[in-house]
Design a binder for this molecule. Structure first.
Ligand code: C2E
Ligand code: CA
Ligand code: CA
Ligand code: CA
Length: 278
């Protein structure tokens, strides 16, 4: 709590104009969200393109505030500025690991759980210890946990990021590069990057199959992942045509509204039960 206080002071100093009564109120509300149990995780399924089986779930944060579900992009930037993302992110890790372990025990299905880590969390010197603690507390096999880190963060802080990613992989956790293809400044960073998977940003899929150029680009990025021996997940799959394209080009995994929306734990559990029985 002390370090949070300090971070907040820094933010207020650098952003004085933005400090309106409204943002102060939002901050106070978000600060209480954890203790009031207002944070929720939604889960979106990830599928094997070839077999159609569920491989994993991505945990996506929601804030249930005054009867409404606040989407993450409306409060995560703010949580990052204030440092609140550190305790919030630690909660996400604990809750996602706990839930994954429950589902794996209940169904016997080898589900993988993907958790988004923000740049601010990655900057915490003890981030690997936090991940390790969440795993131990839940009993979850480290191999069942994947962390997602956006490409921009990895590119910007490539040395430090590679160091943290290596520590996480030494725990047995896998690492995915989120929003792959949008943030790069050069391909050089891909050479030695300690990662397991790329998540192809959904912007590459949007114009498929209508734009020949975009089809070629997406196909090339999938092929590149294969040549680098890194797995590839397509994000934001919204149509059957896009799914057919991904199968043709041997994309490994897919995630998107066409296959399954992010849903509350109860909904995901039900879907998983049906899937396992089928
Ligand atoms: P992301 O990690 O790229 O997550 C994918 C986003 O795309 C999610 O939005 C998901 O609901 C949405 N999505 C999934 N399938 C489709 C599709 O077919 N079409 C379209 N148009 N969108 C699709 P969401 O849940 O609003 O999350 C937004 C972002 O917030 C995430 O982007 C991630 O960067 C961040 N976020 C979410 N949960 C967490 C968290 O626990 N910690 C951190 N640090 N960031 C989080
Ligand atoms: Ca993600
Ligand atoms: Ca993404
Ligand atoms: Ca994104």
């Amino acid at each position: 709590a002390k370090s949070l206080g300090r971070n907040r002071v820094q933010v207020f100093n650098s952003n004085l104009e933005a400090t309106t009564a409204d943002t102060l109120k939002l901050e106070n509300e978000l600060y209480k969200a954890l203790e009031r149990n207002e944070l929720r995780l939604f889960y979106q399924p990830q599928f094997d393109c070839r077999t159609g089986r569920i491989i994993g779930a991505e945990a996506l944060l929601r804030w249930e505030h005054q009867g409404k579900l606040v989407p993450p992009l409306d409060f995560i930037p703010f949580a990052e500025e204030t440092g609140l993302i550190v305790p919030i992110g630690a909660w996400v890790l604990r809750e996602a690991c706990r839930q994954a372990q429950v589902w794996r025990m209940d169904t016997g299905w080898p589900l993988r759980m993907a958790v988004n880590l923000s740049a601010v969390q990655l900057d915490q010197p003890d981030i690997a210890d936090q991940v390790s603690a969440a795993l131990k507390r839940s009993g979850l096999d480290p191999k069942a946990l994947e962390v997602e880190i956006t490409e921009t963060v990895v590119v910007r802080e490539s040395l430090r990021a590679a160091d943290v990613l290596t520590q996480l992989r030494q725990l047995g956790v896998s690492v995915a590069i989120d929003d792959f293809g949008v943030g790069y400044s050069s391909f050089g960073y891909l050479r030695e990057l300690p990662v397991d998977r790329f998540k192809l940003d959904r912007s590459f899929l949007q114009a498929i199959p209508h734009s020949a150029g975009d089809c070629r680009l997406a196909a090339a990025l999938i092929a590149m992942a294969h040549r680098l021996e890194v797995g590839i997940v397509a994000e934001g799959v919204e149509t059957a045509e896009q799914m057919a394209f991904l199968k043709t080009h041997q994309c490994d995994e897919a995630q998107g509204y066409h296959l399954g929306r992010p849903m509350p734990a109860e909904g995901f559990a039900e879907m998983l039960r049906h899937h396992v029985q089928a």
